[in-house]
Write a protein that binds this ligand. Structure first.
Ligand code: ADP
Length: 278
């Protein structure tokens, strides 16, 4: 609590009493703390790829004796690091827009099968060291959702599964109609599609599981420290899922794998309309 005391005087400047202003600064202090934390994380995480980009371009510019192979290798690193920076900046912008409440969903009937096909093509190069198993019995009922946002959520979950599981292991993507016993007790009622991304990776301790959906939360261990990231992917995913009315949750056993699940409402056609994506 912040307490301010001011003497009060009458027109002759005689002391008449004291005015006490008591204000609760907890929220302000919490917001200052978040801002400091934000600047700390961002400056560190942005600096790492930038340092490497500057280092490698300097070598490429100054060393004429480099063979073609090494040049390619260095350029590949520059390109990967630039992509990492791009993704981080995009995540930061997404968070600030989501928190400001200015993100509007462009919702329609979306076929999940097509979304999955596009995503697997997009993630093709990252997926070459894993076995991706898709369990989706067609025809899938369409969901009432923003297509790009749905792609972004599944993309985040698949990238994490790739990032936090060993080469050669299996990643399973399941899409099906949710049964009542699939859903957490607090889930809103209705007709839902369930999307699950399961990996055989490092897993997450029970005490860390819930906070991963908060901003800037990363599990601090030697495995995650080696991987780049600012801890915004799951936070963004949660905000996007909740904007659609759904929920996202995780089940995981440390050392043997994780499965991230989320729900999206099934689209129901208005009596006089056929649901087609524009
Ligand atoms: P980032 O991956 O950028 O750190 P995320 O918000 O996507 O941010 O994830 C937050 C944290 O959750 C990660 O740092 C990691 O510790 C943990 N995590 C996410 N997905 C997985 C997974 N599939 N297996 C194990 N840990 C995970």
């Amino acid at each position: 609590l912040h307490v301010l005391s001011v003497p009060t005087r009458d027109s002759q400047q005689q002391l008449t009493g004291r005015l006490w202003v008591v204000s609760d600064r907890t929220r302000e202090r919490e917001s200052d703390r978040l801002k400091d934390e934000f600047i700390g994380i961002v400056s560190h995480e942005l600096r790492t790829p930038l340092t490497s980009i500057l280092g490698y371009t300097e070598i490429l510019l100054n060393r004429q004796d480099l063979d073609y192979e090494s040049q390619r290798e260095f350029l590949q690193t520059v390109s990967n690091e630039a992509e990492r920076l791009f993704k981080m900046v995009k995540d930061l912008l997404d968070v600030s827009r989501l928190e400001a409440g200015v993100v509007k969903l462009n919702r329609w009937a979306v076929g999940l099968w097509q979304v999955i096909e596009e995503l697997t093509l997009q993630l093709h190069t990252q997926l070459i060291h894993h076995k991706l198993l898709i369990d989706a019995r067609t025809p899938l009922p369409p969901v009432f959702a923003d297509r790009d946002k749905v792609k972004q959520i599944i993309f985040n979950l698949l990238s994490n599964a790739i990032k936090y599981s060993p080469e050669g292991s299996e990643i399973q993507l399941t899409v099906r109609r949710a049964n009542a016993d699939d859903l957490p007790a607090t889930h809103p009622p209705g007709q839902w599609m369930l999307i699950v991304v399961r990996d055989e990776g490092i897993g997450i301790k029970p005490e860390d599981q819930a906070r991963l959906f908060e901003r800037f939360q990363r599990v601090d261990n030697s495995n995650t420290r080696q991987k780049s990231g600012v801890g915004l992917g799951l936070y963004i995913s949660r905000l996007l899922v909740e904007l659609h009315g759904g929920r996202i949750w995780v089940k995981s056993v440390e050392g043997s794998g994780s499965s991230f699940s989320f729900t999206l409402p099934i689209w129901t056609a208005p009596a006089n309309e056929q649901g087609q994506e524009p």
